[in-house]
Design a protein around this ligand. Structure first.
Ligand code: APR
Length: 231
């Protein structure tokens, strides 16, 4: 049984990390265009750096919740037959013990050098312009995929979607492509598809099954079922 799980901001909501759309479309008082685009970074780098430094501090205080823990438990049982693809830029899946995680929108805890392209763990607020450990230039940006940029790992994700038996989308509104289209790719290749969300997302009708409830409740229950069916 090969499973691909797509997670969105909803899986981290109960860990205290605000989702995008539940914040009324504003990200901590910022319009997306003002902080999450290459143009914004070009125009006003300090505002962008400050925004992501603040989110990094907020995420540092967050803990994984039972939904993250359940996916780590599922990986301990399924190993390479489970792939978690996340749109989230927090590190809560890894903190819960998941190892096979693809961050298609990048990671808050990583910096990308705009000069040499090297990636490095964020060791200080990027607003302070720390030097790139590789080239020494003070041109580090958050290693986050901004609107208008290509998400990461799309080939690997497509490969996994074509080969999976089950596709589960957890806590995502289905508002942003290409992630919102993954369910169709998986279904086209015969996978059973399930959405686990507080409320039906925009793409709920595309799923074989939809279950409503907080991730910390519905995800462990789903994992129990998957593991029981394998036993
Ligand atoms: N349990 C389960 N689902 C929840 C919970 C919860 N406790 N709380 C909220 N949700 C659901 C909401 O119903 C919604 O469908 O999580 C989803 C959050 O949607 P968004 O805020 O749009 O987050 P996401 O789908 O991850 O956004 C996708 O859009 O803004 C860009 O790049 C950003 O990665 C992000 C992408």
């Amino acid at each position: 049984m090969r499973i691909v799980v797509l997670t969105g901001a909803g899986i981290s909501a109960e860990s205290g990390v605000p989702t995008f759309r539940d914040a009324g479309g504003l990200w901590e008082g910022h319009r997306v265009e003002d902080v999450a685009t290459p143009e914004a970074f070009e125009r006003d780098p300090d505002t962008v750096q400050r925004f992501y430094d603040q989110r990094r501090h907020a995420v540092a205080r967050a803990e994984p919740n039972p939904a993250h823990d359940a996916l780590a438990r599922l990986e301990r049982e399924l190993g390479d037959d489970l792939l978690v693809v996340t749109q989230n830029i927090d590190g809560l899946h890894e903190q819960a013990g998941s190892r096979r995680v693809l961050h298609m929108h990048g990671e808050l805890l990583q910096a990308l050098c705009a000069r040499c392209g090297a990636r490095s763990p964020v060791m200080a607020d990027l607003l302070e312009r720390p030097p790139c450990p590789t080239c020494g230039e003070r041109m580090l940006r958050p290693d986050v995929v901004w609107f208008g940029e290509l998400p990461y790992h799309l080939d690997e994700i497509d490969e996994a979607l074509l080969a999976c038996d089950e596709f589960a989308a957890i806590g995502t509104s289905g508002a942003v492509y290409p992630a919102a289209g993954f369910v169709m790719t998986a279904a086209d290749w015969g996978a059973h598809t399930i959405e686990l969300n507080l409320a039906s997302s925009e793409i709920a009708p595309l799923f074989d099954e939809v279950r409503h409830g907080p991730a910390s409740i519905v995800v462990p229950a789903w994992v129990d079922e998957v593991l029981a069916a394998r036993a």
